[in-house]
Design a protein around this ligand. Structure first.
Ligand code: NAD
Ligand code: UFG
Length: 339
């Protein structure tokens, strides 16, 4: 299949590109590089010999999207492109709606124009908001606590309506929980261009001594140790979920929402302890007030992913924590080699 990955040079897009390519798909990346680097392609080429095609473009630019869909005879799109910082979305909500919602409108317009109707959308567990029950299944009420989540929910509703108005659309909406780690053989990882907000990129900043101490946001949540609980999933497991979704869409149309998580939650303190013990490093930390827009606890009910897509996460938290450190070491080594 010829597959277009919007946001393809980003963290999840670049990892997905490798697996799709290795599964004999023809992959075209489409990215405006606001939160990623062209260098990622170079790293993939050097490590794996894969020559991935990149179109530098904005999803808001419908004409360039349409031309790209035509030129590469695209059969399916995975729509990763989006802004994802919860913090930034609180201070600049308009930017998030403009980019994430209007960007999707533009993509739909381009896809309609060339009659491509197979789409996988990167949504987020953030759409559920504070859990009413756990684990969170796909029918859980959607009450996002922040504008980023609200923008994702709006896109979901647009796509759902689209598939209701035209049942020939084939759409899987994947709600990611917390992807972490990186590819075994390439030094690409979660390395945002802007400020890092997520736990693991911040842990790496502490290791690099760019940040003195990790702040744990909140020690008064109603959880086992008072810190926030999340469902961390290994990036390559998450990627496999996309392959499974593509396979599913070969035979099925309509709208399908699916959680991608492990089904198990870990607190921030448990993560720090695990990261320290499996990697034999020390992460200094202190407690700070809760972060705006955060929920206390979030982990997935993963039954639908297994039943519908035949997919489940396989890797343990040990593997994920080791993978994060391996990326750090590879980065440090490659920098030493350059200078
Ligand atoms: P990322 O920032 O690394 O990748 C997103 C990519 O989209 C970046 O390369 C960025 O340059 C590009 N992009 C943004 N706006 C664009 C636009 N208007 N036109 C073209 N390209 C644009 O983020 P990621 O972690 O790879 O996330 C991918 C998707 O998954 C996002 O939509 C994100 O909201 C969603 N998601 C991520 C997580 C997570 O924890 N990483 C969790 C849930 C959902
Ligand atoms: N945390 C800290 N200190 C930090 C960073 C994070 O204590 O410096 C805590 C948070 O409070 C939270 C946990 O670590 O309890 C995980 O936080 P992340 O920022 O890594 O992840 P979030 O769950 O807040 O959000 C992430 C992505 C969203 C995505 C969501 C899906 O940022 O894009 O997961 O669950 F939608």
């Amino acid at each position: 299949m010829n597959i277009l990955l919007t946001g393809g040079t980003g963290y999840i897009g670049s990892h997905t590109a490798i697996t799709l390519h290795q599964n004999n798909h023809n992959v075209i990346l489409y990215d405006n590089l606001t939160n990623s680097r062209e260098e990622t392609l170079f790293k993939i080429k050097t490590s794996l010999g894969l020559n991935l095609k990149l179109v530098i473009g904005d999803v808001l630019d419908t004409k360039t999207l349409e031309d790209t869909l035509n030129k590469y005879k695209i059969n399916a799109v995975i729509h990763f492109a989006g802004l994802k910082s919860v913090d930034e979305s609180i201070t600049q909500p308009k930017k998030y709606f403009e980019n994430n919602v209007n960007g999707t409108h533009s993509l739909i317009k381009a896809m309609k124009a060339v009659k491509v109707k197979t789409l996988i959308f990167s949504s987020s567990a953030t759409v559920y908001g504070e859990p009413k029950y756990l684990p969170i299944d796909e029918n859980h009420p959607k009450n996002p606590e922040n504008p980023y989540g609200a923008s994702k929910l709006k896109v979901e509703n647009i796509l759902k309506s689209l598939s209701m108005s035209d049942p020939s659309w084939k759409i899987v909406c994947l709600r990611y929980f917390n992807p972490i780690g990186s590819h075994e053989d390439v030094n690409i990882g979660d390395n945002p261009v802007g400020t890092a907000n997520n736990l693991f990129p911040i842990i790496l900043k502490v290791l690099k001594k760019k940040i003195k101490i990790l702040e744990i946001f909140g020690k008064d949540y109603d959880t086992n140790d008072g810190t926030g609980i999340r469902d961390y999933i290994y990036i390559m497991d998450l990627v496999e979920g996309h392959l499974a979704a593509l396979n599913y869409l070969k035979l099925n149309s309509g709208w399908h929402d699916v959680n991608l998580g492990t089904g198990k939650g870990y607190s921030v303190l448990e993560i720090i302890e695990k990261f320290q013990s499996v990697n034999n490093v020390i992460i200094p930390f202190k407690y700070s007030p809760r972060r705006k827009g955060d929920v206390s606890e979030s982990y997935a009910d993963v039954r639908k992913a297994k039943e519908l897509l035949g997919w489940e996460a396989r890797n343990s938290l040990d593997v994920m924590c080791k993978s994060v450190l391996k990326y750090f070491v590879l980065e440090q080594t490659s920098k030493k080699n350059v200078f």
